[in-house]
Design a binder for this molecule. Structure first.
Ligand code: ADP
Ligand code: MG
Length: 618
């Protein structure tokens, strides 16, 4: 009871502070030289930017085409109000928002087929098409170059009286209400499971998909959310000005949004609001007070270059850095804690033994049945045959080793098994199901997971957040729409993360960010990410690579401790480790299976000696 009370408080305090700040703005900002209309416009761009920050700051999707949705929402709402004499402004705004979302979904389906600069280019092109449509073919509806004038003010019938939201502070209150709701919702989204997945996509989309999240769908979801915020803000622009301008659709509008968000601080939600305030204040100040006329853009450009050079994380990022600088003493203490030598895994085990029953899903197959069967599996990269006709099967509960010289095709084989890449021919059966043509996300959801030869972590997040992302995929499935529910409320999440932290001996380092970890710790987290998805079959691609002898010994112990209740396949170069760890070994050479047998058979084989061991292993 107590706890939920404090949780409630913690949840609502920022909302309360925001409401208070919005109430205080009319008292403070005008004294600093902000014009009334400027403050209102800042709110509109602040709201527009919340969605964009979710898209770019949180998910890493840089769109230069947000004007398409801003304009769509704006013109749909304005058209309903001006031409169809819609009675309710709020309803018109909501319909505009829905229209922008639908357009966003269609545009997203196209743009999200590509990533990076190509994605950005598609968004620009889409926005340009919309600008053209608004100006020419649809000018009968949109007023073309003239835009739509005469957007009516909102009216509220309160029974005994009618309140008309005229310009000035009444309009401010109207806009601030929408901004407040928009911010409260966005803060919920950010702390929800969906918010965690978005950040994971930004940091490492490949791994987010590999631990079992449907990355494509989440990207589309956030694209639609951003379009909805844009559409609402566009509608509010028309209502605020009593006029819907055609330049809502221009590239300038999209560009201004990007710059304002970056200036204010990415991934903060408030960044665009701050950035818009800086931009619009400077515009007024340079044009008006300093009387620079058209040269204001030159001055603005210089100021922005300086801002971006000296405040690389934006105004809010800079403030955050300043605050953490002041708190340095506390910080140093935690750093000291962080760099303290970690107890050897053995010691950790002694303090907190791993859970008695490891969390894996039931196989549905007995120990005697193979959990995995690959038949005639091949992979060609152009002329290179990386894998050729591999027949391979593993029993449930086995700990299988795979060895072979560099370039033998081991990693490629694993990538095919987990459907990270498609096979050129052959088939893969996992737990009696044909998975050959599935994708990596589905296969992970079915219970097969891999740790990578080269670490694939979520580098800007903490150890705990990394494991949370993997555990969420297991607990929620590949896609879920629980955007307004805190991730902490997902049943079993905290336990599963704690358990994985113990299994890979990273409890002490749970709050450390990945960049602070030692190499061996990163390798253990790499294994932890795969483990947190509770696989029944775990593939480990060179888990010992690059480790010191003592780290190797510790990791071998770790692997032995996690095998209970799981099926493991381990690739490694370290012969002694593999001989010590596994009961059965498959030798790959030049993309083919050379031999399969127990450690003694492998050690004694002259073919293996020739192909692989000769000179390497005494
Ligand atoms: P191993 O893990 O055993 O060292 P790999 O599976 O990484 O071997 O590579 C096997 C062969 O396939 C190598 O010759 C490698 O150059 C080639 N190969 C792997 N991935 C690709 C790729 N994406 N494109 C082209 N060739 C590749
Ligand atoms: Mg490899």
């Amino acid at each position: 009871m107590m706890k939920s009370g404090t949780d409630l408080l913690r949840n609502w305090i920022p909302d309360f502070l925001l409401a208070l700040a919005l109430v205080l703005v009319p008292l403070i900002l005008p004294r600093l030289g902000f014009a009334q209309d400027t403050i209102n416009l800042v709110l509109v761009f602040g709201l527009f930017g919340i969605g964009f920050d979710l898209l770019f700051g949180y998910t890493g999707l840089l769109s230069f085409g947000q004007a398409a949705f801003f304009g769509t929402g704006g013109f749909v709402a304005a058209y309903l109000l001006v031409n169809l004499h819609f009675p309710s402004v709020v309803l018109a705004l909501l319909i505009g928002t829905v229209a922008a979302s639908i357009v966003g979904a269609l545009a997203g389906l196209v743009a999200l087929k590509r990533t990076g600069i190509y994605f950005a280019m598609i968004t620009v092109s889409i926005a340009e098409m919309f600008f053209f449509l608004e100006n020419s073919p649809l000018s009968a509806f949109t007023g073309g170059e003239n835009g739509l004038a005469g957007v009516p003010a909102p009216k509220f019938y309160l029974g005994f009286t009618t309140v008309t939201v005229g310009p000035g502070w009444k309009m401010y209150a109207f806009l601030a209400t929408f901004f407040f709701i928009g911010m409260v919702l966005a803060r919920r989204i950010v702390t929800s499971s969906v918010g965690h997945v978005l950040v994971a996509i930004r940091d490492n989309a490949l791994r987010a998909a590999a631990v079992g999240h449907n990355v494509k769908r989440y990207k589309l979801l956030v694209f639609v959310i951003a379009a909805a915020y844009a559409g609402l803000a566009g509608g509010l622009l028309g209502v605020m000005q009593g006029y819907m301008p055609p330049d809502a659709f221009t590239f300038d509008t999209s560009g201004q949004l990007v710059i304002q968000t970056v200036i204010g601080g990415l991934g903060t939600l408030f960044g665009p609001l701050v950035g818009a305030a800086v931009w619009l204040f400077l515009r007024d100040f340079l044009q008006g007070s300093l009387g620079l006329g058209a040269a204001w853009r030159l001055a603005l450009g210089i100021i922005f270059v300086l801002l971006v050079c000296f405040l690389r994380r934006g105004v809010l990022g800079g403030l955050k850095d300043l605050v953490s600088h002041w708190r340095k003493p506390a910080h140093l203490a935690s750093d000291a804690h962080a760099t303290r030598a970690e107890p050897a895994p053995d010691a950790a085990v002694a303090v907190e033994p791993p859970a008695a029953a490891p969390r894996t899903r039931p196989n549905g197959t007995g120990r005697t049945e193979p959990i995995l069967v690959a038949s005639k599996l091949s992979k060609r990269f152009g002329g290179i045959v990386a894998n050729a006709d591999i027949d391979f099967s593993v029993e449930a509960g086995e700990l299988r080793g795979i060895i072979g010289p560099n370039g033998a095709g081991k990693s490629t084989f694993f990538k095919m098994l987990t459907c990270e890449i498609s096979s050129s021919s052959g088939s893969i059966m996992f737990q009696g199901q044909d998975v050959t043509r599935l994708d990596v996300t589905t296969v992970c959801q079915l219970g097969m997971s891999k740790s990578y030869q080269v670490n694939q972590l979520f580098n800007r997040l903490s150890v705990r957040e990394n494991l949370t992302i993997a555990a969420l995929a297991r607990l929620r499935g590949a896609f879920r729409f629980d955007m307004l529910r805190s991730a902490l409320k997902v049943p079993g999440l905290v336990e599963q993360v704690e358990e994985t932290l113990s299994l890979v001996h990273l409890r002490e380092r749970a709050e450390a960010s990945v960049s602070e970890l030692a190499y061996g710790e990163k390798r253990r987290l790499e294994i932890g990410l795969a483990l947190a998805t509770e696989p029944s079959l775990l593939l480990l691609d060179e888990p010992l690579a690059g480790m010191s002898p003592s780290e190797r010994a510790d990791t071998v112990k770790l692997l032995k401790s996690i095998r209970k209740g799981r099926t493991l396949i381990v690739i490694d170069h370290d012969m002694d480790a593999i001989f010590d760890l596994t009961e059965r070994i498959t030798v790959l050479s030049e993309g083919r299976i050379l031999l399969e047998g127990n450690p003694d058979e492998i050690k004694g084989s002259s073919i293996v000696q020739e192909a692989y061991l000769g000179g390497v292993h005494e």
